[in-house]
Design a protein around this ligand. Structure first.
Ligand code: ARG
Length: 455
């Protein structure tokens, strides 16, 4: 046992189970070994290890890494409390305690675990960022190809105004683009080195922290040793980011679930992302999207749980911090899976433009009718009222609004000209200010999104 000197009695087996984290942190075996090699090099530079000792340690650590990679590493449940303990134990078995025992000089597991977690998380987040980029690419590709397609836009889930299908796609493209921007910021903050901070007070051997950080690819240092070892806000920041991302994934899923019902019939999910019913042979269910929607709830729980764990802790390291491992690992798994699934769903989706067109009703142009009078210099508040009366008249006559005669319209207000057309395409094209649903505006959005993901 690493801290055996002071202890006489053995540990209760349940206590060992509670205390261990090897079942989780073995995920960072590579990072732990890379960190130890950088640590050994820096200690050699500081005069704590001879050249020969350094080479033995490096070779031994590489051997330990090989055992993990080849799945031959034997975890000793009695001694290997966590990945740091396990790797050091095995190193000493391989190269002997005389040299192996020098590796941990001036080092604490408190700085080690924080370094491993940060290195691992940065790698994962870079991978996730590239998947979010793929998702944005798939969205913009579809938006470009299907730019002609128009559909009802909804507020309160009630038919509101016609929009381009591509405009709807780009609304989520924009949401994911801001998620991507923020992720790039998060990565910068995670990518700082705690190595050389000790248990809490710092390193007494004049170790070169900048050198170690550079060796490991960190972008900079955490500048207060007490803060550095007690900090898991970097995990929390990732989870908060993940909550937002999963929220956007969930909302897009929710729209698609609705659009895929027979009542809407706007889209059809590929078989690859659907499931059937064990009882009802006709069923094809959008389980992929429902699971993404469901996972957006699970991740909130993980984020809130870690917030509670961290918030009332005393300064520096407390074992409570070990509880940050699970939400980090699970959060990364959830996000990695969800982004890729949504990307697959979007790229394989079939759309039904005729059903979208059929769902457009003339009353969705009531605002355009009001705008028609605005262009004849009638104040909007008045035209809103007039157009509302036209809607009411059509309801009363039980005809669609575009089937009212010119005389009907004139009867409501004499200023109606013959030049108003119930034309959805025209309505969409009128929304040509930046960010609107006209073809040119949507194209501009697409170009902007593309510029964010072509590096
Ligand atoms: N497994 C521990 C964790 O994940 C490593 C740090 C242990 N430090 C200590 N002082 N007991 O937090």
């Amino acid at each position: 046992m690493l801290w055996g000197g002071r202890f006489t009695g053995g540990q209760d087996p349940l206590m060992m189970e509670l205390n261990q984290s090897i079942s989780l942190d073995k995920a960072f075996y590579k990072q732990d070994i890379a960190g130890s090699i950088a640590w050994a090099k820096a200690n050699h530079k500081a005069g704590n290890l001879s050249e020969d000792e350094l080479q033995k340690i490096i070779a031994g650590l590489q051997e330990v890494e090989r055992e993990w990679a080849e799945k031959t590493f034997q975890i000793n449940k009695e001694t290997d409390e966590d990945i740091h303990t396990a790797n050091e134990r095995r190193l000493s078995e391989l190269i002997g305690k005389e040299v192996g025992g020098k590796l941990h000089t001036g080092r604490s597991r408190n700085e080690q675990v924080a370094a491993d977690m940060r290195l691992w998380l940065v790698e994962q987040l870079r991978q996730i960022a590239s998947w979010v980029e793929d998702l944005i690419k798939v969205i913009t590709q579809r938006a470009e190809i299907e730019i002609e397609v128009c559909m009802p836009g909804y507020t309160h889930l009630q038919r509101a105004q016609p929009v381009r299908w591509s405009h709807w796609l780009c609304s989520f493209g924009n949401a994911f683009a801001s998620d991507l921007e923020r992720l790039r910021e998060v990565i910068k903050r995670v990518n700082r080195s705690p190595l050389g901070c000790g248990a809490l007070a710092g390193n007494p051997f004049g170790i070169d922290r900048d050198f170690m950080a550079k060796e490991l690819g960190f972008e900079g240092l955490l500048m207060n040793s007490m803060a550095a070892v007690g900090d898991r806000k970097f995990v929390l920041e990732f989870l908060q980011w993940a909550v937002d991302l999963m929220g956007n994934i969930s909302r897009m899923s929710q729209d698609l679930i609705i659009y895929s019902t027979a009542e809407f019939g706007f889209v059809k999910l590929a078989d690859a992302y659907s499931t059937g019913s064990s009882l009802m042979p006709q069923k094809k269910n959008p389980d992929s999207l429902e699971l993404l929607r469901g996972k957006s709830g699970t991740i909130i729980g993980q984020m809130v749980g870690l917030t509670c764990t961290i918030n009332s802790l005393p300064t520096t390291y407390n074992k409570d911090l070990q509880e940050s491992l699970k939400p980090m690992l699970e959060g990364v798994e959830t996000v990695s899976l969800s982004v890729r699934i949504l990307c697959g769903v979007i790229s394989t989706l079939t759309i039904h433009p005729t059903n979208m067109l059929k769902a457009l009703t003339p009353d969705m142009l009531a605002t355009d009718l009001a705008d028609h009078l605005v262009r004849k210099k009638v104040p909007f508040r008045e035209t809103h009222h007039i157009s509302g009366r036209v809607v009411a008249l059509a309801e009363e006559k039980q005809v669609p609004m575009d089937k009212l005669s010119h005389e009907d319209l004139q009867g409501v207000d004499g200023r109606f000209g013959e030049d108003f057309e119930f034309d959805f395409e025209k309505s969409v094209e009128l929304r040509s200010a930046k960010g609107g649903t006209s073809k040119a505006s949507v194209r501009e959005q697409i170009e902007l999104l593309k510029s964010m993901v072509t590096s």
